[in-house]
Ligand binder design. Structure first.
Ligand SMILES: [Zn+2]
Ligand SMILES: [Zn+2]
Length: 110
């Protein structure tokens, strides 16, 4: 929800991107769209708009960034070959057990 929208004495002051668009020259619109984040139907004045609100746009951005971080931490254990979600981006093994085994193998074992 846009915040801080109110009518000032000298007219309507655009405070958000949406409000600005609403005041801009409208050509061809509005377009009925489905918000790519919350799935709500909304009317956009530009066909390129994907989100119903600034909030959804922002949340979608945060979500995308979170996903990318998660992807970066998706690793394959170098010892057992199992896929795992690493706590660190430079993790190589799914568990300390595999790490120890791999290390033992590396130094020639017992
Ligand atoms: Zn939305
Ligand atoms: Zn492992």
């Amino acid at each position: 929800m846009p915040v801080g929208l109110r009518k000032d004495s000298d007219g309507y002051v655009p405070r958000t991107e949406e409000d600005y668009e609403r005041r801009s020259d409208i050509s061809g619109g509005p377009y009925k769209k489905e918000c790519a984040f919350c799935g709500e139907m909304f009317y956009a004045y530009y066909p390129t708009r994907k989100y119903c609100s600034y909030r959804c746009k922002n949340d979608a951005y945060i979500e995308r960034r979170r996903q990318r971080k998660k992807e970066a931490r998706k690793k394959t254990c170098q010892y057992c070959g199992e896929e795992f979600q690493a706590g660190r981006v430079d993790a190589k093994y799914c568990s300390s057990k595999c790490r120890v085994y791999a290390w033992r193998n590396d130094v020639g074992g017992e």
